[in-house]
Design a protein around this ligand. Structure first.
Ligand SMILES: Cc1ncc(COP(=O)(O)O)c(C=O)c1O
Length: 468
């Protein structure tokens, strides 16, 4: 297939994702209908409000509606045959996609600067779907060691059971360690932009150079960074994943996830170099081209949607998709407040006598501040660690003295939250792993919300007053 044809197919798939099953027009659409699907070239704040929206030609609804339908009607017998044969990419069933989720998908793809996004039911589903499209039984993934605890558990339990092993690199600056970890069966490199709880920001460009040298796609979890603070594709990533439960939805009301295709990875070159990505490069059945032939720069996303999500079934409920596209409308504004408050609170905490250390890379005292300034404009999100005096007893006294901060698991919400990683997110890891990760008895993870920063500081002071 020519690149033009592939691009046309892709545009159609992106359009179909955003606007499938558009309600039949009460009258013929006017030729003056605005190009509501195309927000390229507009600023981030404009795209977070408009990208992906579509006009409801029946009612003129301004907000893209919540579309609840498990399936789609075929035009006629042959249309059904074509859709099932893969000759038409019009949707068959909502497990593959839904118009409400399509708004969120197109919006997120636009904000991240990718080609196509696939919305799924959780962040864990996003990570699994993203990697299952790349690796199968007998293959390996190489990951940076400092990642979300739940991802480490997922890799060590379910991935292992399915025959996909994950190797960890502890010093991401050490090329020799990467080279030792990457072998002929490696299928992807995995990392996060701003790992929690240590806020140890990642030098994406450095890892992208390793990935390029080994012909591997770089998969980046940008949950804590969000495209408002950093866009991994601009730093060499090939695929971005999100727990949209967090800042993207923003209000702590719904679970969701997404996989975004950067459209920039050369799958054929990787295969020539000995890697293997059969879901993307091989024909799924005789007479039908590969995903790459048919979907060009959206081939990977199509493989995730058709060959993983549709098979395994972690589709996003449309109501959660609705909350997601609404949440994204205010992303940059919320992130600005989240980070302004975090910078102030982190600097304040550092001065308190009951505090041993603060892990916030936006602080000049942090060892990764140079990377924070270069790649994150010194604004490293709102999830970070604070270590109080007195080990676990100090942590207990501090947490029990808080009122505004909610004691709970979760990050990236309007509400401020706190948790003790050693006895929660990291409770199942061997002591040696926690030691290497810096998960100590006195460490607490804060997620700074949108309350008044003065109130949050007063709350933290009240907690610290309890620390003996
Ligand atoms: C960085 C990161 N990725 C993925 C996840 C998993 O997301 P979910 O809880 O939506 O499955 C989390 C959850 O905390 C996270 O912090």
């Amino acid at each position: 297939m020519s690149p033009e044809l592939a691009a046309a197919e892709l545009a159609r798939e992106a359009g179909a994702a955003a606007t499938p099953a558009r309600p039949p027009a009460a009258s013929a659409p006017s030729p003056a209908e605005p190009p509501v699907d195309d927000w390229d070239g507009f600023g981030f704040d404009t795209r977070q409000v408009h990208a992906g929206e579509y006009a409801d030609l029946n009612t003129g609804l301004r907000v893209p509606p919540l579309a609840l339908s498990a399936g789609y009607v075929f035009d006629d017998f042959d249309d059904q045959v074509d859709r099932f044969a893969g000759r038409s990419i019009d949707p068959i069933y909502s497990r593959q996609g839904n118009p409400t989720n399509g708004v969120a998908e197109a919006r997120l793809a636009s904000l991240e600067g990718g080609t196509v996004a696939v919305a799924v039911s959780s962040g864990q589903a996003a990570i699994s779907s993203a990697l299952f499209a790349l690796a199968q039984h007998g293959d390996r993934i190489v990951s940076t060691a400092s990642i979300y605890g739940g991802t480490r558990i997922l890799f060590g339990r379910s991935f292992k059971r399915f025959g996909i092993e994950v190797d960890y690199v502890w010093d991401a600056d050490d090329d020799a360690e990467w080279d030792r970890a990457i072998g002929p069966d490696t299928r992807a490199i995995y990392t996060e932009t701003i790992p929690n709880p240590r806020n140890d920001v990642t030098d994406l460009r450095r890892i992208a150079a390793v990935a390029a040298r080994h012909n591997l796609p770089l998969v980046v979890d940008n949950t804590v960074g969000t495209p408002a603070l950093i866009r991994p594709f601009e730093h060499g990533a090939s695929i971005v994943v999100h727990s949209t439960t967090k800042f993207l939805s923003g209000h702590g009301a719904s679970i969701g996830g997404a996989v975004v295709d950067g459209g920039n990875f050369d799958w054929e070159a990787a295969e020539r170099a000995g890697r293997s990505y059969p879901l993307i490069t091989r024909a799924p059945r005789p007479g039908l081209g590969s995903m790459l032939d048919r979907f060009g720069s959206g081939a990977y996303a199509r493989a995730v949607r058709e060959a993983v999500v549709n098979d395994i079934g972690p589709s996003l409920a449309p109501f959660n998709g609705f909350l997601l596209h609404q949440g994204m409308e205010t992303l940059s504004l919320r992130m600005e407040r989240h980070v302004d408050s975090s910078l102030r609170i982190a600097a304040w905490l550092e001065e308190q006598p009951e505090v041993e250390s603060v892990d916030y890379a936006g602080l000049p005292s942090h060892p990764l501040h140079g990377i924070a300034r270069r790649d994150y404009s010194g604004r490293t999100g709102s999830v970070f660690g604070v270590t109080v005096r007195g080990g676990i007893d100090g942590a207990r006294d501090f947490v029990n003295g808080l009122r505004v901060f909610s004691r709970m698991t979760g990050i990236g919400d309007t509400r401020s939250m706190i948790i003790h990683p050693l006895t929660s997110t990291h409770a199942t890891f061997a002591g040696e792993i926690n030691e290497r990760l810096g998960i100590t008895p006195g460490l607490l993870r804060l997620s700074v919300g949108l309350e008044s920063a003065d109130d949050l500081i007063r709350d933290l002071r009240a907690g610290l007053d309890r620390v003996r």
